[in-house]
Ligand binder design. Structure first.
Ligand code: NAI
Length: 396
């Protein structure tokens, strides 16, 4: 079929298989261009199919020559419906890994569940023995815990209603948007989903099963951002969940012998998870403009490649006073932020195209779903029913 983008506000309901493959190919080429690293050889990535997790899997595999096991929650094609981008990305990743002789297997299921954890442990035991690095990169709207209770994650404030400028993604207009305070139970729900509890469950399960290498490391990703977004991010429900993630890292360092657990604060980037946050897309568009002009803009793959090359694998790891890796160092540089805030004050519908990189935002958005890639012929018929090799093997 000929696949075209079908965009609904901040989500695209179609994905292009060839475009997603091209996207993965380009990320691999970037990692290879940065040179090989001495690093982990057996890596588990939880949330491995898109965004920061996919970039982590690619960096570990093609930068460190690591065997990777990736966990994701994606949907295959079904009749007229294309698969999700993460499905096609994973199929492409496994194909390229096989071409380079690298072990790559994937599990498609709910990472929060006990069953998926057990399946992962069994695969590690059988195929890899142990893992040296675990990347925890889940972004999920909800989580069902072992007792059958389902919690939802919300993006709300924890104080007053917050009103700010926002970019209406459909019309391209600058509007005013309000974010309401969390209702009772919503803060706790967000912490349950996006905090550290499940990360800890994973690491304890791996440790108990004896499949964590002696000096294993684990990293989870967080975000802080500029003051303008504090009410909805850092001080909002999601920020509280991220605080819990940090607390969990400290706890695991004490309780799981030999393990180094760390949180890396990454840059704001357009991903499926972040495009859904109100007010933030306007900040992204302005940030992109300023960082591109100053020559310091990075995408997921550049961020994660720099994370591995300069911080995560360094001994000792460069950490801030709170024990965090700061990959948002370039984003939060005052040279960048002063300019961003100047533009923020001035931006309105009439000048938003000129003062911010709305086009860059949309380019990243479409690329996430495999569209707008320069080497892909979108007029050609494509097979949408793409198989992920390791999932086919599982069925046999
Ligand atoms: P994403 O939406 O691109 O990736 C989420 C991944 O989680 C996908 O691989 C998806 O399949 C997987 N997933 C979701 N629910 C699952 C489930 N129940 N079971 C198994 N897999 C599941 O998101 P993104 O943006 O890469 O986020 C990853 C982490 O990075 C999050 O913790 C996020 O807060 C953090 N982060 C994101 C930033 C951004 O601007 N995008 C900035 C800094 C940190």
């Amino acid at each position: 079929m000929i696949v075209e983008p079908k965009v609904r506000e901040y989500i695209c309901t179609t994905a292009h298989p060839t475009g997603c493959e091209e996207n993965v190919r380009e990320q691999i080429a970037y990692v290879k261009s940065q040179g090989e690293m001495e690093g982990p050889k057996r890596v588990l990535v939880i949330g491995a199919s898109t965004g920061y997790g996919l970039a982590s899997r690619i960096t570990a595999a093609f930068g460190c020559k690591a065997a990777t096991l990736g966990i994701m929650f994606e949907r295959p094609a079904n009749g007229k419906r294309t698969a999700t981008a993460g499905w096609y990305n994973t199929a492409a990743f496994e194909k390229f890994a096989a071409e380079d002789g690298l072990y790559a297997k994937s599990i498609n299921g709910d990472a929060f569940s006990v069953a998926v954890k057990e399946q992962a442990i069994q695969m590690i035991r059988e195929d890899l023995g142990q893992v040296d690095l675990v990347v925890y990169s889940l972004a999920a709207p909800r989580r069902t815990t072992a007792d059958g209770v389902t919690y939802s994650s919300v993006l709300k404030t924890t104080g007053e209603t917050f009103t700010e400028k926002s970019l209406d993604l459909r019309s391209g207009e600058i509007v005013t948007k309000s974010v309401e305070p969390a209702a009772e139970g919503e803060l706790e729900g967000t912490i349950k989903v996006m905090g550290g509890e499940d990360w800890e469950d994973w690491m304890k399960a791996l440790s108990k099963a004896g499949v964590l290498a002696e000096h294993a490391k684990t990293v989870a990703y967080s975000y802080i951002g500029p003051e303008i977004t504090y009410p909805i991010y850092k001080d909002g429900t999601i920020g509280h969940a991220k605080q819990h993630l940090q607390k969990t890292a400290r706890k695991m360092n004490q309780e799981i012998e030999g393990l180094t657990a760390v949180v890396s604060v990454n840059k704001a980037l357009v991903t499926q998870a972040s495009a859904a946050i109100p007010i933030v897309p306007l900040y992204f568009a302005i940030l992109y403009k300023v960082m591109k002009e100053q020559g310091s803009h990075e995408g997921c793959i550049e961020q994660i490649s720099r994370l591995f090359h300069t911080k995560l694998l360094a001994d000792p790891m460069p950490l801030d006073a709170e024990g965090l890796i700061r990959m948002d160092d370039w984003e939060l540089d005052s040279k960048v932020q002063d300019e961003v805030m100047k533009i923020w004050q001035m931006v309105k519908t009439e000048n938003v195209k000129e003062l911010s990189d709305v086009d860059g935002f949309w380019e990243d958005f479409y690329r996430m779903f495999g569209f707008h890639l320069s080497h892909v012929d979108y007029t050609k018929d494509v097979e949408t029913d793409v198989k992920i090799p390791s999932l086919e093997d599982e069925k046999k």
